[in-house]
Design a protein around this ligand. Structure first.
Ligand code: GTP
Ligand code: MG
Length: 201
């Protein structure tokens, strides 16, 4: 798929204030731990460096941010989960906001769960995906920051992660390997979204 246009649409503090367009649309949300690279990946996909705000300090994204693509579908940048430096109240508020969005946003066609390809499987991500499964939320896994791994580690880390998932899951969700720094995985992800865009609304 070619991205012809992409622009910031709206930031919402909760699911009930997300866009309610008269025209039905597909919507794809990006989630994962703080600092995993959600906003950077969105910029990479949309071909604009500063559309979604990124930061080397975790916890940058605090609202549900909408980007309208090709005047027809949305990408949604969600706040990250699990940032330990935040106050407990803030963490609980953000978690409630994220869960409310995921459970109630009927427009969300697919959720992309981002995982830092450098790390071993972490309980917080595995539990989150377990929760998605229990709630029958369609999702795909996107490994990020592949450029930070040596050639031999890329396949090894991803296979190790998949093996661990297969201990809990009968089958794996769609898996993508990406790097926002060198655009690895861009075509594969956009083609996948293109396929989903063809599903009836
Ligand atoms: P929050 O909004 O805080 O939850 O973070 P986020 O998941 O949106 O992460 P963000 O895109 O802001 O990126 C966090 C840091 O990781 C930034 O310093 C990015 O430059 C860096 N980063 C993101 N993606 C990549 C990547 O593919 N490769 C490399 N080398 N760095 C990356
Ligand atoms: Mg962000």
């Amino acid at each position: 798929m070619i991205v012809n246009s992409a622009r910031f649409h709206i930031s919402s503090p909760c699911a009930s204030k997300c866009p309610q367009d008269a025209q039905p649309h597909h919507e794809y949300a990006f989630i994962g731990r703080s600092n995993v690279g959600k906003s950077s990946l969105i910029n990479m996909l949309l071909g604009q460096n500063d559309l979604a705000k990124t930061s080397s300090t975790p916890g940058k994204t605090m609202l549900i941010n909408y980007f309208l693509v090709n005047d027809s579908w949305y990408i949604v940048d969600l706040p990250g989960y699990g940032y330990a430096q935040r106050s407990k109240d803030d963490r609980m508020r953000l978690e409630a906001m994220i869960k409310d969005y995921i459970l109630n946003r009927v427009q969300m066609t697919n959720l992309f769960v981002l995982i830092d390809s450098r790390h071993k499987p972490q309980a917080i991500d595995l539990e989150f995906m377990q929760w998605l499964g229990e709630n029958e939320i369609p999702f795909a896994i996107v490994f990020t920051k592949l450029d930070k791994l040596k050639a031999g580690e890329k396949k090894k880390n991803i296979s190790r992660y998949c093996e661990e998932l297969l201990a809990y899951w009968e089958e794996l969700p769609p898996i993508f390997a990406t790097s926002s720094s060198n655009k690895i995985g861009r075509d594969a992800l956009l083609d996948y979204i293109d396929e989903l865009n063809r599903l009836p609304l």
